[in-house]
Structures are given as C-alpha cells and as structure tokens.
Design a binder for this molecule. Structure first.
Ligand SMILES: [Zn+2]
Ligand SMILES: [Zn+2]
Length: 556
C-alpha cells in the first residue's frame, strides 16, 4: 500500500481570494500558493484578509517549499506573512517570482526565502514530490498548471486559467502534454479554477482586445489617452503600448506598480517595445495631447490609486480635462462597481471622455468559462475532482459541470476552506473541518481572526456612538456631580443636544435609585443601569441603535 496523500485547503474554497493549499505525504508538506484577499466594504478598516496558516506553522519542520502558480495577489500576497514565521523555498516562473519578490523584500523577509525559477515544461523534485510545470494562459504572464507526482499518483492543479488559443505572446496552454499525462500514468486528482463555472460558452481571446483598443485610439486622434488596466496584466499593457505606438504616440506610465511591472516585463523580454516609445511622466508637460498615451493603474478606482487621484483632481502628474479620453480596460471586480461608477462620473465632470467595458469590448476575463473548463476536464480525464478557486456558487457550478461531463457523482467532492481530502489506494475521501480555515485580518501591523472588532466598527460606522459617564462615590453610596453624555456620529448636534441632557437626567435618577436600594452596589451594576437607561432612551427617541459606552468612574 502506497503512502496517503492529504490536501488541506487553507483558503480559496468559499471566497475568491487567499488561495492556499497544503499537500502532504509522509513527513513532507508542500504549499501550493499563499495568497491574500481584498477586504471589501463589509470589512471596514481591514487592509487585507489572509488564510490561517497555523496548520502550516504547526508543521513547520515538514515544509519542503511553496509553489507559486502565478503572480496575482490572491496567490502570492501572503508569502511575506508566511516567511515572517518560517523560511521557505518558493518556486515559480521568472515573472511570478519578480512580482512576489518585490513584496517579500518590502516586508523585510528577503533573506528568508530562496526564490527558485522554473521554466515551462520543467520537471523538478521538491522533497518527495515530483513536480512538472505546464504553461497555461491567464491574465498575467507565466502561469503554470502544476502536475504533482506523489505516492498516490499525479495531482493536477489547473492554476487560474482560460484556454486562449490566440494568446498575445504565443505561449499556449500545453493541452497535449496534459493529454499524454492523462494516458500514462493517468491523473488521479484534478483541482481546477471555478471562477467562471457559471458562465456558458467561452471567454474571448486576449488578442481580440487589441483591435478594439486600436479603434479607440483612431477615434480619439488629437486627444490624450489615459488607459488604465491591472499593472501585472502585461498582455493588456502590451496591446495598449502597441496601439499607442501604431498611432504615433509615446507612452508614459502612471503609478508605481505600473512603472515597475513595465520595467520588469521589458527586462524579462515579456513586454516588447523600443526605449524610444517611452517618456517619463515628469517630461510630458508641453507634449501635444495627441502625441501621448498615459498607461495607468487604478482601473478599479482603488483609494489613492493614480487614476482615482487624477479623477479627484489630486494627481501630482496629470490634470484630467476636456482633451482627455480615459480608457478603463478592465471590469469592476465584484464589490467595486459603485466606486468605479463614481470615478467615471468624476472623470466626465472634468470634461473627459470615458471608454469602459460596459459600453465597448475592451476587456476579457482571465478565467475560462464552461466550454474551456470542459476542454480541460476532457484532456485531464481525472479519476477524482475537487473544484477550487471560487465562492460556494462557483464550486457548485463546477461540480455540476463535471458530472454533466460524465464523471460519476461520487468522484466529485465539494470541499471548503479548512477541509482536508485524503487520497489512498482505494480512493479519495473528505475529512471535514480538519483546521479552522479562518479569515485572518490584517490591520496595519496587527493580524488575527475577528474577535468582534468588525461588528463594532460596522455599528460605529452606520450608527455612531453615545458615551455616558457617571462618577460614583461607592463608600457614600452617592453620585458625584452630574452624569455626562456625549455622542459622535449619532445625530446632528442640534438634535442630539436635548436628548443628551434628557439622558443625563435619567441616568442620574436611575443610578441614585440603584444606590439607595441596597448596599454593596459595584461598578458592574452601575454600568448595567447606565447602559439600559441610555439605550432605552436612545432607541425610543431616535429609532437608531448607536453603540452605547457606559463609563463608571469611582470617585476617590
Ligand atoms: Zn486567483
Ligand atoms: Zn489569477
């Protein structure tokens, strides 16, 4: 009997983001991705959300390395947190490592990682795992499908992928290699991207976007073009740069990550354009609008991003006006729609024309739809399947698709964050809730799971706070002076003032009553009475539910 292989999902199965899985056999553990997630509006004040890595830290001596499947933040964004606890070898293609390296170095963990580059088709032993890296198309260069040879046969992880048969850089998904592997020795377990599993049909090729961009440039002769996209999406950047050059323009980058990724892409030969095509943004003053294309970050209207600042009139580098056409070459990611819409309004307010993916086809997803997923399933023909990378609805849709493709229902396992699947000679079974699968929140230098602070923050943000202070002489059983009530974010001052006075009087009466009834009253009792008195009055008079903070100060 061969050794078991266990895959523990630490993130990414239930959310889009913070992808991370631990693959174990014997006394070795290989990590597959270690990403973060954007916090979103339902987690106010949180910088980012990480997987709970305590499962890995508890097995630190077993860790043989981490494979980074591609350079997106939801796959490499938590590496610096991992490295701050344990040193680790990280494997990825040069562009993936280039993106990861920057964050790791910035976090001060540069000396705790060995970054080991892998090439398309490379086969490498990492501990007991025999890993092969197969090129795949996605919205960032250098993504790899990973085939992991284990004592239980091959586990194949799809990476985030689409099947783009006309990729901008000509680097196609090596379906032939996967097909060969599926015949000999066969693939026991497939774990595949579910992001677009609900969408029928196929996604459009990235190279379809180039002609649309060229059309936008042609229709905006004489105007400055400010084009925004994800800075890691070098294929999009390439098409914008090529369209600009063909239109007789020079290109300036706006935003630090765009500047750095363009430099990294050119250094690695992934972005092809002559030096003469570029001009520093600081040297663009005085250039004719029709001679310039500014390529910018901030297509998601992220706060303090270059484009959002420019839209608000706060950019140090560009002043958006009637001579500008702004091109948003991306879709708002779920949760960002309102923010992007506000930014579009701000840009129009400044006189700019705006071209966005809601009106013309200047974006295509990096994640395959049903027909592309089906083609991968067909090539892999796995014995077992676990959908990964998606919210529950996406995982379910992908599981349903696999069954429609002919997989027996019992061979399709729906796992969630914290679950472990165990592969044995006799098949795959699921061990639910092997670890917590918790969301670890990053607030500046502090990290941890939510122990109530988010709920408080949501109440404070939506309803405000009322603070009621009373000074009590517990020895004499008397209230010292008069209680004080102040509020923030609850009501306008004019409306709050009379209610605060009423509350102060009511609290004074209630606390005196309590103190007169019995000896031995302690601060906890007084706090309860203050909270109840203030809370009742606030609810009745304002029909709001601000946070009530009772403060009881013993007089000395
Ligand atoms: Zn992803
Ligand atoms: Zn991705």
């Amino acid at each position: 009997m061969a050794d078991d292989v266990r895959v523990t999902f630490l993130g990414g199965l239930g959310d889009i983001g913070r992808n991370c899985a631990a693959i174990e056999t014997g006394d070795s553990l290989l990590l597959l991705d270690c990403g973060q997630m954007f916090a979103g509006d339902d987690r106010p004040g949180v910088d980012s959300v990480l997987p709970d890595l305590s499962y890995v830290y508890e097995r630190a001596s077993k860790v043989v390395g981490c494979i980074a499947t591609h350079g997106h933040e939801d796959h490499v964004g938590a590496l610096s947190h991992l490295l701050s606890r344990i040193p680790c070898d990280i494997y990825g293609t040069p562009f993936t490592l280039g993106l990861a390296r920057r964050r790791i170095v910035e976090s001060g963990n540069g000396d705790r990682a060995r970054l080991i580059p892998v090439g398309d088709g490379d086969r490498l032993r990492i501990g007991p795992f025999d890993c092969e890296f197969i090129p795949v198309t996605h919205s960032v260069p250098g993504g790899v499908i990973t085939a992991i040879g284990t004592p239980q046969g091959i586990l194949l992880h799809s990476c985030d992928f689409k099947l783009d048969f006309f990729p901008v850089d000509g680097r196609r998904t090596d379906l032939a290699r996967i097909g060969a592997m599926s015949v000999d020795p066969g693939i026991r377990l497939l774990m595949a991207d579910s992001t677009n599993a609900e969408q029928p049909g196929s996604s459009r090729s990235e190279s379809d976007i180039g002609p649309v961009l060229a059309g936008v440039f042609a229709a905006n002769a004489g105007r400055r073009i400010v084009a925004a996209c994800f800075s890691s999406h070098l294929h999009r950047v390439q098409q914008i740069v090529s369209a600009a050059i063909a239109d007789g323009r020079r290109v300036a980058t706006l935003g630090l990550s765009m500047k750095k990724n363009v430099a990294l892409g050119r250094e690695l030969g992934l972005l092809r354009a002559p030096d003469s095509a570029f001009v520093d943004i600081a040297d663009t003053v005085g250039m004719e609008p029709g001679e310039l294309c500014v390529i910018s970050t901030g297509s998601q209207a992220e706060q303090r991003s270059s484009l959002a600042s420019a839209a608000a009139g706060d950019s140090r580098w560009i002043d958006i006006g009637p001579d500008d056409t702004v091109v948003l070459s991306s879709n708002p990611i779920p949760g960002n729609e309102a923010r992007v819409s506000r930014m579009i309004n701000d840009l129009i307010e400044r006189g700019a024309r705006v071209a966005h993916s809601g009106e013309i086809e200047i974006h295509t997803s990096g994640h395959g739809r049903q027909d592309e997923l089906a083609a991968l399933h067909q090539a892999v023909s796995p014995e077992w399947f676990v959908p990964v990378h998606g919210e529950l609805r996406h995982l379910r849709a992908h599981a349903a698709l696999a069954r429609r493709l002919g997989m027996p229902a019992e061979r399709v396992l729906l796992a969630r964050d914290g679950d472990q699947v165990v592969l044995r000679d006799d098949g795959l079974r699921i061990e639910p809730a092997t670890c917590a699968g918790d969301h670890v929140l990053v607030h500046g230098p502090f990290t941890g799971s939510d122990r109530g602070v988010l709920g408080e923050r949501v109440i404070l943000g939506a309803q405000g706070v009322v603070v009621a202070t009373v000074v009590v002489d517990f020895d004499a059983g008397a209230v010292d002076g008069e209680p004080r009530v102040t509020s923030r974010g609850w009501l306008d001052e004019d409306d709050a003032d009379p209610l605060e006075v009423e509350m102060e009087e009511a609290i004074g009466r209630a606390v005196r009553d309590l103190l007169s009834q019995e000896p031995g009253v302690d601060p906890v009792d007084v706090r309860r009475v203050v909270r109840r008195t203030a809370g009742t009055l606030v609810a009745n008079r304002s029909q709001r539910r601000p946070m009530i903070v009772p403060v009881v100060v013993p007089s000395t």
